[in-house]
Structure formats: C-alpha cells, structure tokens
Design a binder for this molecule. Sequence first.
Ligand code: GLA
Length: 804
Amino acid sequence: MKRIFLSICIVLLSLVMRSQGYELPSATVAYPSFHTSAMQTGNTTLPSSDIAAPFSDSTPSSSSKGPRRAPGSGHSGGTTITTPGAAIGDGLIPLLIISILYMLMKGIKRLLLNYGKNLALCVCLIVGTPMRAIEMLPTFGDIDHIHLPALIVQHADGDQTLQLRAQDTTYIDHAQYKETVIATKDLVQPFFVTIHVRQWKNVPITETWYEISHTEKKPVRLQRFDSGYLPLENGDLYLVHLHGNWAGEAVPTVERLTRGIKTIRNSDGARNAHLDAPEVMISLDGVPQENSGRVLGAALCWSGNFEIRVAATDEKGFHFYAGIDPMASEYILSPKQTFTTPHLAYTYSNEGMGGVSRAFHRWARTCGMMHNGNAIRSILLNSWEGIYFDITEERIIAMMNDIAAFGGELFVMDDGWFGGKYQRNSDDAALGDWIVDTRKLPNGLEALTQAAKDRHIRFGIWIEPESTNTLSELYEQHPEWVLQERGRELKLGRGGTQLVLDMTNPKVQDFVFNMVDDLLTKHPEIAYIKWDANASIQNCGSTYLSRDKQSNLYIDYHLGLVKTLERIRAKYPDVVIQNCASGGGRANYGLMPYFDEFWVSDNNDALQRVYIQWGTSYFFPSNAMAQHIGGSPYLMTGRTTPIKFRCDVAMSGRLGMELQPAHMTDEERAQCTTAFKDYKELRELIQLGNLYRLVSPFEPVPVVEQQQVASLMYVNDAKDHAVLFAYGLTSFMKQASRRIRLAGLDPDRTYSLRERNVRHGEQPCALDGQSFTGAYLMSVGLDIPLSTEYAIDYPSRVIELTNN
Ligand code: GLA
C-alpha cells in the first residue's frame, strides 16, 4: 500500500517537475559529491542519529524502476558524481524532495529533524532510487547476504558484526576543498569509523577515506577495509583498467561488466603498477569513447597491494569497491590506534575518458598529488642506456658535455657509481653500500658536481634505498634488516642476490633517511634523485613486527616508506625526485605526492612508447611522465626508428634522452638540438596543458588501405595555444592518409599553424603558415602529411596552433 502511494507521489512529482523544466536524476550513480555549499557556513557540527539504513532495510524496489535520464544527456544523478560547474539545483532539489517523501513514508522524521538544514547529507545516504537507502559504508553484519561488505572486522571478543551509526557530522570549508566528516560508532562495541568525503573546489574530484579506531580490551582484526564504496546504475557498463608488465606497461584493457564479481588486484607487495594498476574507469554508456559519454574514474592512492571489485550480485545494479588487498593482510589494530585507509579519488565526466583523464591531471598538479605539480620540468640526459654500469669519471663528464651542447639542463648518473668492499659492476652486489666507488670515480662526486656547474647544467644521481644484496656490507652488518620469514630460506630477487629492506622497522627508516640526508648534505649541488625499486616483497616476514602482527607487514611497509619520504620532503622540498620501479612499476597516487615524475617504462623503443605513454596518460599528467629519446636500433627490440620520430614521441611528455651521445650521427645531433630548442618554447603547453587524445594507436585500421596513426594534442586553459603530435605507425606506399579531427579548441577562434621540430634537412610541411577556425579543425580536421610518395618508416609531425 505504502509503495503504491509512494509510486503515485513520484509520478505526480516528476510531472510537476518536468513541467517546471527539471530533469529527474537517474539517481543511481551514487557517490555523494556534496554540492552542499549553499547549506554550510564554515565548520559546523551537527547531531545525528541512525543515518545508515542497511541494504536489507531498503531492497523492496528495483533501482531500474527509478526515474532515469537518457544516456549521454548530462550528469547522471543530482547529488552524485561531480560534473564541472554543476549547480546545486541541477538535480539535487528533485532528489531532495523525493528523499524527504521517502523518509516521511518510512516514518523517519527524526532523521530530518536531526539534520535540520543539512538535508544534503540525508540525500547522500539515500541516493540510488528514492525507495532504496544505501549505506556509504556497507559493513559485515549490517547488510543483507547478497551484497559485499566494504568493511569486515573481528572484535576483540570474537564478535564479527559491525553496525555503524552516525554520531556527529562536521563540515570543513577549506580554501581548496569542502570536506564532510561523519563520525560513526558501532551499536554495541566501542568501535569507531570516521568517514571523510573531500570535494576539491577547482577540479571535479571527490576523495573518500575512513579512519578506524576502537577502545576494545584487546586488538581488533581488520579483515577488509576498503577506502570507498559506490553503487552504480544498471546499464551497459564497461570497465577500463591498465594491464601490463615490465617493459610493456599500461595497456588499456576494456571489458563489459557482466553479472558476478570482477576483481582487479596486485600483490607484488612493494610496487603496484606493473601487471594491474590501482586506477580504473567505468563507462556508463557502453564501449567507452574518448571525448563523449558518461565515464566514472577512480584512483586508489596507495602504493601497496590493492583490490578493486565491481560486483553485480543481484539484478539491481553494480557495486564498486576499492581498497587495500586483504589477502594475507589482516590488520591487527591495537586499542586507541587509528588506522587510516588510503584515499580513493573519484571523478565523473560526460566528456568520455578524456574528461576523466583531464580531471585526474589537474588534480595531480594542483591538489598536491604530485610534488611541485605546476613546476616546469628540465630536459635531462640519463646515463643508464648509454653506459649501464660502466661508469668512469671520463665517460660521465663526456656525457655532460653532450647534454650541455644539445641545450639540455640536467645530467643524471644512474646505477653503478657506488660500492666499497663489493663493487656495483652488475645488478648482483652493493645495494645499501652508498659510498662512492673511487675505483670508478677517483675524484668523488665533487668532481662531477663541479663539472656540471662548469657546464651550466645540474646534476642528479640514482639510488635504490629500499633494497640490498646478499653481497653487500650492509647485509653483512644487518642481516636482521631484510624482510625474511623466520627459519625459512631467503627468496632472492634481481641478480640472484637482491633483498628488500624492512621498512616497517624505524631503524631501517632512519637508515634510508640518513643515507639520502648525507648525500644531499655533503653534495648540496645534487638537484635530482632517481629513486628506484627493483624488487617485489618475496619474503613476507619481519623481524621487527611482533609475531602476532606479521600480517601488518604489507601495509606497514608502505606506511614506513611514506613516513620516510615525508621526512625527506620536509627537509628537501626542492630536490626533484623521480619515482622509478623497474620502469613504471610505481606509477600510483600513493607515492606521487612525494615525487615530481616517474619513469614510464624501461622499454624505450619509440614505437612501443607511443602505446605505453598512451595508456599511462589515462591517469597521469604529462609533466609526471619521463620520456627519453633512446638509441636506434633499440637494444631491447632491435627496432630502428628515425631520430625525428624518437624526438617527437619523447617530446609529448617530460623530455629527456637516454643513450650514448658519443654514438650519435651528426643528423641525430642536429635533430636533437632542434627538438630541445622547440620543446623549451612549447613545454609549458605540453607539461601543463589539457590533454586531448585524438586517434588511439590501439584503434585497429585496415593497414595498406589506411595508415595506422596515433595523435594527441595539448591545449592551454585560454584555448589560444595548442600543440598536436601525430605519429605514423605503419608506412606503406600509396597508403591513404588519415584525417585527424582536433579537440578542445575554441570553435570561434582562428588558429595559425606552424610545424615544429621539422625533420633535419627538410622544409616545413604544407600546413605550416595556414590558418583555420577551431570549428573547422574540430569538425573537418586536418590531413597531417604522414605518408608520402616514398614511404618513410615512422613518420611524425608536431604542429603548433596559435590564436593571436
Ligand atoms: C631499473 C630502472 C632502470 C635503471 C636500472 C638500473 O631497471 O628501471 O631505469 O635505473 O634499474 O639498475
């Protein structure tokens, strides 16, 4: 009876609202984005009561019966995922009214009274359909048997049930964000969870996380502790996640979500971006499109093991969960200790995957999610692929001469510079012995930093602080500092000797901090550090953690690492630090707040880099992506690529080079000099601009008939300056060229075109000097001359667009 009455109310209400010009929300993409600005006045604490209605209390009607928006017709739910510029009235008001009706129907008037003016919070808890209340945090023991919990704990007395109810709510109006903090407590046990929801003001990103604590008599076992939960509407949902491996990172994997549970996880222990990475997108409108369609993005800000799940356990919708992987990772939480889950960042765009990427990029640069996010990055030469471990003072200084001559700004000495009793001539020895190997560098680092100064470039150095080798003085002195399983044989990593240090141990944290501190104190000229991590956690045991807390290791390792990085950053805010882990193994937002950039891949083959960089750009901004011009033929793949192509591929991110300049031809040298000069003029646009991916290298085309290309562009905020990169991936004679439609421009402005990094010895292409309106460029597009009468392998163009 009640349901019939409610249905009539909703139909009437929808008719009234449509007549008033309101679109009813689809009301199913449900994470609160809290457009509460109109309702709050600084920090307010409000009383509350039973706000968390369990699933089981609210399943009588199917979400599919709720009011819907046509796909693609705008943001998906009134109060839900943030869309840029969405206002409070854009759907929140209808949802509020429906929610009020619902609550009245259910006789929960007390809820309204308790929340007073902060109705938005009620709505946050009653998103989904008007008839279905969904918890912000589903817990084991408080939801029905169909749904999955995001939080499972075993209390000190063995009880496994958790029924959280709100205690009070605080609103924080910070200059950069709004935050809602909901303090909850279990109905029976002295167990507390504080729910945080932070909404950034300058970018449509909402972060959620939980703080978990208790005052039970003994430790509580946290058995699952996700960072966020989000119910999603039924529909033709597609999941996009990055899968890859060492030297083949970030392959976008797109798959339809079906009934059952889809899990993405990583259990490397120390790194989490090789194989599967902790960021995903979910298209709500079928196969995801680059510049259209409703897409949700989520990034778990964590550097350790994670698990992301999308569950469709019944016919009513999908449920998204993301958090630390609970496998072998029950967290033993002592009384009065607080466990804070990693932040989970969400965004929502109706501009397709591109919109999601641009939101993450802006958030990374402006919300502290990468170090010095808005700083312009320097052009560097890294020694690794040029000379590997064969470091000598003479070779290093010769490389400095070369990078300075090209117009570069920084030289980085990679692996091989350290070692005492054990020399670092290969990957099997000396990690941990961070003393200069004077057999290779008789005049120490001083001679190198002075040489850099003399050449007006800066100096950087490689370290791998979290590891050692069995062949090292460090391991001889402190065998107890490596991760190890008591009484079992050590499993050895790279070089057959590598071991991971126990970052849960404060003495090891001090060792790592002091090593970096000594290096930077003795050599204040060091401007850049490459921080590598080439080992997984294979020995899952700690001599520091007590026996009953061994399962805290996977988590405490990363907390120890972050604590150490925080100490380093507090003392050295200006040193550029690159995040490297056998290439892109640590490209994640757990660590990026402490790093300026990351090494995208150990695979520096320009062709494969087009693909790897494409996938990586789904979540990470260009100024974080270290892209180096490599040698040709390339050592790993044997592929020969022209220097112009290698430069153009590297120029689309943070440009550098990684080869032996002594082996370069005059043509290669001339092209690099041009590339560096042009890059300096374009780099603000490239490093800080808005990325539009135009043609995907993953897009299949009938080769021979039509050339396979990849193309992307950057546009500045003012939309008066843009740069387009186009790469030909196949070259056949008489192949049809590919028209590329641009994006992100102002349709009403006229842009003049200029070719940059023109191929050495050639004239600019026919597009150079021409002008087109933004409307033309975006609807008709350009024929970028990539194929010629005589096919050239790997043709490429860089075209600058300027509106004066
Ligand atoms: C890892 C890095 C490389 C290089 C080597 C040095 O593989 O990814 O770039 O620094 O270590 O050993």
